[in-house]
Each structure stands twice: as structure tokens, then as C-alpha cells.
Design a protein around this ligand. Structure first.
Ligand SMILES: [Ca+2]
Length: 299
């Protein structure tokens, strides 16, 4: 009620101003024309309160409108060339492999994240979205990706699985470490959640490139259920409740990462897909060798 009284007072002032001969009549382009019209009506009829704006309302709105400043991104990440490791690499072919701030969905939305960019392997431009932070997960639960980048997961063309040192560099194949990296199209199941989320997963007939060799057609296996024969052959354990977990590519020297879903205290296994799952542990005991961290990268 008090507001209405104030408005009626304002209306009286406005009508008084409009009637005053000391001011020139408004021109057709004068913004006050539109404002004054409903005010005059309000004085003679019981117009809705909402139709009787303060004569200053329009200018105030323009002046006071908040300036929307995105707050989720450091200046560096607003650069559209830094949405992923691939855009960084495309912009600067000499960009080094290291951690960068990226923002796959641009300003707003998801916050920028710090990600390790592999700028070397197969031409580089890889955003590492998962790297094992333990040498023994030993739990049957879902292990998520390490960074929250749904836009990258949705739009990436390829995935790279590899073992890395804890600070990011890829462990290249050697005489004592006979395991390659592997590149294949992103399996559909990997776009919405990590492959550790799946119980029994198979991406069939993927064109896989292992260690830079020509592409071959192979199934990519991933899932939490245990497997039957201690090797990467695609045979799941008949006991559906038995947890062990594996990611591997039969018939290749691609990474074979397993035991990340078991409930025992065994170290997780980081070896090659052509080897017994226990050939190499992720926790390394040989002198001079770094621990092996399974990783998933996208580009
Ligand atoms: Ca964002």
C-alpha cells in the first residue's frame, strides 16, 4: 500500500511536469514519450501498479545493469586456442609436454582444469584425462576420470592408452619394458564415464595402432569383472560377482592394466596385453625403474 501511495505521488509529479509550460513538448523520439503515456492513464484510471513506472526506471535499468564477467577462468584459459591440449599443439607446434590449464567448453560452464598434455606421442595434442594415482586401487568401486571435461570426452576422435611416470612422461617400450602405447577411436562407453565404470565392456573391431605400427582391427576389453585365464583373451570369469578388472587389447603389445577392481591387497598389474597379467606390477621394485601409471588420453 505504501508503494502505491508513493507511486501516486510520483504520478502526480509526472502529470504536473507534463502539464508545465516551462518544458518543451516531447519529440516523437524522446524516450520519455513511452514512459509518460501509462503514467497519464494511471492518474485518471485505476491502472495496475505495475503499469505506473517511475520515470527514472528506464535510464536506471540501463545504467545499473550488471556487467556479466565470467569468473571461472583465469585469463590464460579464455584463449580459445587453449581449450584442449590439441588446440594448444595446433597453435604452437613446439609446445612442450607438461601441465597446462585448459577449458574444453570455453568461458562459463565447467571450470578450467589443469591437465597433462602429451605433445610428443604420435604427433601429440593428447589431453591426459586419467592417470592412476595409486599402484593398488584394490577396490571394486568406480574409478572416475581424473579431470571433469565432458566436452572433450564427447568431441574427441581418438584415445591413447599408455603407462606413464607419475609426473606425466610416457614410458616408451624398451628391452626390459616390452609394452607399447595404443591409439584407437574413443569407445562410446568411454565418453560418458570412465572404462572402470563398466562391468563387462568390449569395444569390438576397433582400428588400433600400437606403438606407431599400422592399424589392426582388434577388440578393446575393459571392465570390473574378473577374467578366466589370467591372460588378455576376452574370456570373462563365469562368476559375475568376482571382481578383478582389466583393460587390454588381445593379440597386441598394448597396455594390460588389471587388478584395479579386486578386493585383495595385491598390487595392481601394469604389463603388456601379450603377457600374463602378473608379469609386471604397477609398483616397481627393480632399481632405477619408475613406477608405472596407467593413463588414458584423448584428442
Ligand atoms: Ca568453462
Amino acid at each position: 500500500m505504501r508503494d502505491r501511495q508513493q507511486i501516486l505521488v510520483a504520478v502526480g509529479v509526472a502529470v504536473g511536469v507534463a502539464a508545465c509550460t516551462c518544458m518543451p513538448p516531447p519529440t516523437p523520439n524522446d524516450p520519455d514519450v513511452a514512459i509518460d503515456a501509462p503514467v497519464a492513464d494511471a492518474a485518471v484510471a485505476d491502472a495496475p501498479v505495475a503499469d505506473a513506472p517511475d520515470i527514472d526506471a528506464a535510464p536506471d535499468a540501463a545504467i545499473d545493469a550488471p556487467v556479466v564477467v565470467p569468473t571461472d577462468a583465469p585469463i590464460d584459459a579464455r584463449d580459445p586456442t587453449k581449450t584442449t591440449c590439441k588446440t594448444i599443439k595446433d597453435t604452437d607446434p613446439n609446445a612442450a609436454s607438461k601441465r597446462y590449464q585448459i577449458d574444453p567448453d570455453g568461458v562459463g560452464g565447467k571450470s578450467p582444469v589443469e591437465a597433462y598434455c602429451d605433445m610428443t606421442t604420435d604427433g601429440g595434442g593428447w589431453t591426459v584425462v586419467f592417470m592412476a594415482s595409486k599402484t593398488n586401487y584394490g577396490e571394486p568401486d568406480v574409478i572416475p576420470y581424473g579431470i571433469d571435461v565432458p566436452t572433450l570426452l564427447a568431441e574427441a576422435d581418438e584415445t591413447l592408452i599408455a603407462f606413464r611416470q607419475s609426473d606425466g612422461p610416457l614410458l616408451e617400450k624398451t628391452s626390459t619394458w616390452p609394452v607399447d602405447w595404443a591409439i584407437f577411436p574413443v569407445p562410446d562407453d568411454w565418453r560418458s564415464a570412465s572404462p572402470f565404470s563398466t562391468v563387462k565392456g568390449v569395444a569390438q573391431g576397433m582400428m588400433v595402432r600400437v606403438g606407431g605400427a599400422q592399424a589392426v582391427q582388434r577388440d578393446v576389453l575393459f571392465g570390473r569383472q574378473s577374467f578366466a585365464n589370467s591372460i588378455c583373451d576376452g574370456q570373462w570369469n563365469a562368476d559375475a560377482s568376482s571382481r578383478w578388472g582389466w583393460i587390454c587389447i588381445p593379440g597386441t603389445t598394448a597396455p594390460f592394466y588389471s587388478a584395479w577392481a579386486n578386493t585383495t591387497s595385491d598390487s595392481d598389474r601394469c604389463t603388456g596385453s601379450d603377457q600374463h597379467h602378473g608379469a609386471h606390477a604397477c609398483l616397481v621394485t627393480e632399481p632405477g625403474m619408475p613406477n608405472r601409471h596407467f593413463s588414458i588420453a584423448m584428442r
